[in-house]
Design a protein around this ligand. Structure first.
Ligand SMILES: Cc1cc2nc3c(=O)[nH]c(=O)nc-3n(C[C@H](O)[C@H](O)[C@H](O)COP(=O)(O)OP(=O)(O)OC[C@H]3O[C@@H](n4cnc5c(N)ncnc54)[C@H](O)[C@@H]3O)c2cc1C
Length: 437
């Protein structure tokens, strides 16, 4: 799946964090750890490994943050993609489940602290993230999620319909929960800051260095990329949904799903006083979920997905305008003038993948659309593991072998075609009778 990385997108245009100083690779070099992919996973791993004293080299095919990390919605969410903590614990077993849930619960706070520690100018706003429910069925799920996080000690609050209407600036939600440590950022700016921090810690970061082969070389690996090679005993593949043919069958471990994002014209201070009050962000529980927050200039950032991508910019901006009107009746006519898109890596169980492809070669990624906080948190833990500072048994996820998705081709096509079905289910939910209504 190709994305347009040549046209600067909204986050890149408004970023105040200087572009990462990541020269092209030139000739042969050695490292303890070679990382392929300059998104949140690879950059956090590089920073952690370099801080732990390992000689670390990161190779990025395009510019730093060119993948999903630089072009997402920017919501910093301490929550799994769809599962609740109890389901995660059942899926992973007691020890990994507890560690993984603890990582997720703390992931947003960890990311904001990381950005602050390195002075990263990414317009960080930690004013909470809300997950509201639009139907009786999703309300029951939201209650379970809230209760389970609360039982685990996470800083969360239940919000009733009236409170949600006042905070979000629109009716239509029956109840929901708030994660107080959540928020939003300019994700592109964060990638540049993470690269700067990793370079400061001693990592070598190379942009425009697409890797085309990873070959055994005695007890090490020889990574061949545009401009040169890196020899390293440990390799971390952090290419997420953009893996291509880099490693046999690896692309079949995730389902790539294209999503688009938009930015509206800036809202007046008056409107901002009634819509997303206090600069909170939200992601609802529709199949075609609605997620909105402000950027630093008061533009509403939102997005969605399409089945057919012709005239994508116009159709995407129109669809978001319709959603904005549905979500925020006070908004009135509003221009949605920026459009860009990207690709997420989805897994059937919505859990990220941490896979050993060969001795010394790991893949980490595939957050099913929740990789801003989770990718940074998991990446840094994997970086410390590769640097020898953590035991494998103490990682938040078990390291598996390569997990190929059965009938991968069909699932990829299915993910593209499913949108009308999702819209139908959402409409049915929206029209279903509500208790007390
Ligand atoms: C439109 C959109 C909206 C989203 N919104 C949110 C959100 O609000 N909140 C949230 O938590 N998550 C969100 N996500 C998901 C999140 O952005 C991702 O989960 C996360 O960024 C994944 O990070 P990563 O480092 O694993 O992968 P990526 O950021 O995709 O990085 C992979 C990198 O690998 C590089 N690469 C690929 N092949 C090679 C090669 N052969 N050699 C060298 N480099 C290579 C790519 O160029 C790319 O830069 C969204 C994603 C999209 C696309």
């Amino acid at each position: 799946m190709r994305i347009d990385t040549a046209t600067p997108h909204h986050w890149r245009k408004i970023s105040r964090e200087p572009g990462a100083d990541a020269p092209a690779l030139n000739g042969e070099t050695e490292a303890d750890i070679a990382i392929i992919g300059g998104g949140f996973t690879g950059l956090s791993a590089a920073l952690a490994a370099a801080e732990a004293g390992s000689r670390t080299a990161l190779l990025e095919a395009d510019y730093i943050g060119a993948g999903a990390s630089g072009r997402n919605n920017g919501m910093v969410v301490p929550q799994h993609s769809t599962a609740n903590p109890g389901a995660i614990a059942r899926a992973l077993g007691a020890a990994f489940g507890a560690r993984y849930n603890a990582m997720v619960a703390g992931a947003a706070a960890e990311l904001f602290a990381l950005a602050a520690r390195h002075g990263i100018d990414c317009d960080a706003v930690q004013k909470g993230w809300i997950q509201p429910a639009h139907s009786e069925a999703t309300l029951a799920r939201a209650r379970t999620i809230h209760a389970e996080w609360k039982a685990l000690g996470a800083p969360v609050t239940w919000l009733d319909a009236a409170t949600l209407a006042a905070r979000l600036g629109g009716p239509g939600y029956l109840g929901g929960w708030e994660a107080h440590e959540g928020g939003h950022i300019n994700p592109y700016a964060l990638t540049q800051g993470l690269a700067r921090a990793a370079i400061g810690a001693g990592a070598r970061i190379h942009a425009k260095a697409p890797v085309h082969a990873i070959l055994p070389d005695g007890k090490s690996w020889r990574i061949e990329a545009a401009g040169g090679t890196v020899r390293a005993a440990n390799v971390l593949i952090a290419t997420n949904a953009l893996t291509g043919t880099l490693w046999p069958e690896l692309a079949k471990a995730t389902i790539p799903v294209r999503l688009y994002q938009t930015a509206s014209q800036p809202l007046s201070a008056n409107l901002r006083g009634t819509i997303l009050v206090g600069n909170v962000g939200f992601t609802d529980m529709r199949k075609e979920l609605r997620a909105f927050h402000y950027d630093r200039d008061g533009r509403l950032i939102g997005g969605g997905r399409m089945m057919l991508w012709h005239h994508a910019s116009l159709r995407g901006r129109n669809a978001v305008r319709r959603n904005l009107h549905g979500s925020f009746p006070a908004l009135g006519e509003i221009a949605v003038d920026e459009y860009w898109d990207g690709v997420i890596g989805v897994t059937p169980d919505r859990l990220p993948r941490l896979m050993r492809l060969a001795p010394g070669v790991l893949f980490c990624g595939a957050y099913s659309g929740r990789g801003v906080a989770l990718g940074s948190a998991l990446g840094s833990r994997v970086g410390r593991f590769l640097a020898g500072k953590t035991a494998e048994a103490d990682l938040p996820l078990p390291v598996t072998s390569l997990r190929i998705i059965p009938a991968h081709g069909l699932q990829v096509v299915g993910a593209r075609l499913i949108r009308p079905w999702h819209r139908l289910l959402d409409r049915r939910d929206e029209r279903a009778p509500r208790k007390g209504a």
